[in-house]
Design a protein around this ligand. Structure first.
Ligand code: DC
Length: 220
């Protein structure tokens, strides 16, 4: 199976690129952040303090998480309920980052990710795909962009969904999440040694896509 890893910090353009790649090469797209978000949503819905590892693990053991594809679009099912939209709420981002520090949370999700990757040609996006989940991926891309640009993108995305959050708040959240994701003990956000770095700060979506297509075409 051909597996492509796209990693990078929040707002670097991973999901946009991964979606475009999946469409062009007719392969599956697995958004691994959505899985951490679903775990975070379950904690929120059950009033679990995400900083309390013991309580998180207790709840984790009760969760039934499923990934389904409907017309090639990934859907996340939490205990049988489709939460694909709910996990996009802004407060879920930081909660997801916090639960993702816990080793047992990561183990459960990484196992599912590896299983999907073993059965499908796919592009996965996340933080640790190239370094930990699939160290033998056929291609690893690491996207970067300045925090300011990433906060602007997030602002635009939220506005389009009718959600109003101040730019300064988003910028601070992005910086805090970068720090938490890159300083955790298990599989932190980190560029793999053999990853190709693309700085998307001043690139259009098409420019980044073209660069990736050049690299991916060689794989097929
Ligand atoms: O990509 P995202 O913003 O949807 O991810 C939400 C959080 O989930 C992110 O801040 C850290 C965690 N995450 C992770 O630890 N490893 C991944 N492969 C993907 C996401």
């Amino acid at each position: 199976m051909i597996n492509i890893a796209i990693d990078g910090p929040a707002g670097s353009g991973k999901s946009t690129l991964a979606k475009n790649v999946a469409h062009k090469f007719n392969i599956l797209y697995l958004d691994t952040g959505a899985m951490y978000r679903a775990i975070a949503l379950s904690m929120k819905n059950n009033n679990i303090d995400v900083e309390n590892e013991k309580s998180v693990i207790e709840q984790l053991n009760k969760i039934n998480l499923e990934i389904k594809y409907i017309n090639s679009v990934q859907h996340v099912l939490l205990d049988g309920r489709d939460v694909t939209k709910d996990i996009r709420a802004n407060d879920i981002s930081m909660l997801a980052s916090t639960v993702s520090k816990i080793m047992l949370v990561r183990q459960k999700l990484v196992e599912m990710q590896r299983e999907i990757a073993a059965k499908n040609d796919c592009v996965l996006d996340g933080r640790d795909i190239g370094t930990y989940v699939l160290p033998n991926a056929a291609l690893k891309i690491f996207l970067i962009a300045t925090p300011e640009i990433r906060a602007q993108r997030r602002k635009k995305e939220l506005t389009e969904n009718g959600i109003n959050v101040e730019y300064e708040v988003l910028l601070n959240e992005i910086k805090a999440r970068d720090l938490q994701d890159s300083s955790r003990d298990f599989a932190p956000l980190k560029q793999a040694d053999d990853a190709v770095v693309i700085d998307t700060s001043n690139n259009t979506i098409e420019e980044t896509f073209k660069k990736a297509v050049k690299l991916i075409t060689k794989l097929f």
